[in-house]
Structure formats: structure tokens, C-alpha cells
Design a protein around this ligand. Sequence first.
Ligand code: SAM
Length: 266
Amino acid sequence: MAPSIDYQSVASIYEAMRVEKVNGMTVSDLVGGGYPFPIAVHFMSHLVQYADLCRTDNIWDIGCGCGRLAAALTQHIGEQGSYCGVDVIAGLVDFANRHIASRFPNFRFLTLQQKNPAYARWQSAGKSPVLKSLDEACAPGTIDLCIATSLFTHLDTAMTRGTLQSMHRALKPDGRAFISLFLLDRVTSEAMRRGTPAFRFSHQHERGVWVENAASPLSALAFSLEAFFELLAEQRFYVDKMLYGGWAGRRRFTSGQDIMLIRPMA
Ligand SMILES: C[S@@+](CC[C@H](N)C(=O)[O-])C[C@H]1O[C@@H](n2cnc3c(N)ncnc32)[C@H](O)[C@@H]1O
């Protein structure tokens, strides 16, 4: 983490995340709960360390939520850089536009008009600009860094495939994508068997996709490592860095979820 970053000027945005609600739930709870500020700072350190975050980056954050990462990113991105956040919950996008885009002109937030059954309760109409498809958010080959933290934990195979395709289209040839998700492999399964993990993912939903709650599969899901690598290869990405998370009870880990830095193949 760059020690010179002072997030004081955005502290009030993080306070608002714990107070303002969308259809009865605070915006911070809607994006996973906990204290949003330390979570954002934690991710900033990973973005700097593993994704070489720099001030001129053009960033596309898919599943940006209320701007939990964006508020901290305002202190890392300079005037030559830019940030576009997209989410399917208009109330979260409106929050981010009111609190972040209104103060930082190179930041913008858009609502993607797409249903996600896990979030249907909160998906009502908002005021922010609306996209009919993800590809409308940015021109091809213009993005340096795609971010998708805890997005593929809520998308099935078809949705994941479409999102990876849009990421590949948007990224510059030397761009990169920082993603976090739940991945199942033999070590994870063994750690889950030994300990008391936060999730067990014991219901199979699709080939290579396991869910926590069969009645609401997109509330929390995990991909088998093989299935996710297949999707990456199919959408012409390679894995540059792989950092296991501690969610399943691994003894050595980097973050809560598994993190990957992926890059487009030519
Ligand atoms: C667990 S939250 C994480 C939010 C944010 N990435 C963060 O770390 O603060 C997952 C987000 O993905 C959004 N989402 C779900 N399906 C989506 C889709 N198909 N496209 C874009 N965003 C989606 C949800 O509305 C929610 O805000």
C-alpha cells in the first residue's frame, strides 16, 4: 500500500454507505456487509501490489455496487485516468452517482438493465443512465484495468461467459482484469472438510458450478477450478496471478475470496 494515500476526504461517503438504504437494506449490507472502508483499503493494497494500479488507468468496475472500491479509487486515479462502474441495482448506482460522481468528474456509474434473481428484491428503477447491454458501457480496446470483485460469486455459467466476453472486448491488448471469486479444488475441499468454512457449496447447480442454497443459487456460488479455467481459455484470457483466499479455511491466504489477475490473449 502506498503510505502517502489519505482517504480522509472520502470518509463521509463510507459513513453514508452504512446509513442509506435501498428497499430496506443499507447499501453496505447489499454489497456484502461489514465495514466498507477497511474492506476498500484492503482491496486498494491488492490492486497496487498485484494489478499495478496507476494514476492514468482507465478502469471498468463490473458489479461496482455502491462504489465501495470507487470511493477509495478516487484517491488513486489522476485526472488522466477514468473510472466507469456498472451494476444491476439502480439504487446502488444512484447512491454512487450522488456521492462519488458528483465530486469526481472522471468517475461515472451506469445501471445495467439485466435481471439477477438473487438481487430481484432491490432491482427497481433508478435515476442513473441505463445500459441495455454491458458492451454499451465502453468502447472496445479502451480499458486498462477491469475490476470484478465478488461478481462471479453471483453469476451462472452463461452470465459469466457473457461478462468475460465483454471484458475481453473492452480491454486494451496489454490490459488486465482483477477478479475475486470462490474456486473449488482438492485443497479447498480438504480445508472445508477439516474446518468450519463460511460456505460449503454442497449443491451442484451446473457442470462445475456449486451453490450454497439450491433455492437461491445465485446468492452465493463457486466454480470448480477446471470449469473456470475452461471459461477463461474459451474467452481468450490467461491467468497471470492466482492468490488463494481464506474462505474455505486454507491456512495461508491473501484475502477472503480467491483472487485472479487475468490478461487477454492476443
Ligand atoms: C457482493 S456485491 C460486490 C460489489 C462490489 N464489487 C464491491 O466489492 O463492493 C455484488 C454486486 O454485483 C452486482 N451484480 C449482480 N449481477 C450482476 C450483473 N449481471 N452485472 C453487473 N453487476 C451485477 C450486484 O448488484 C452487487 O452490487
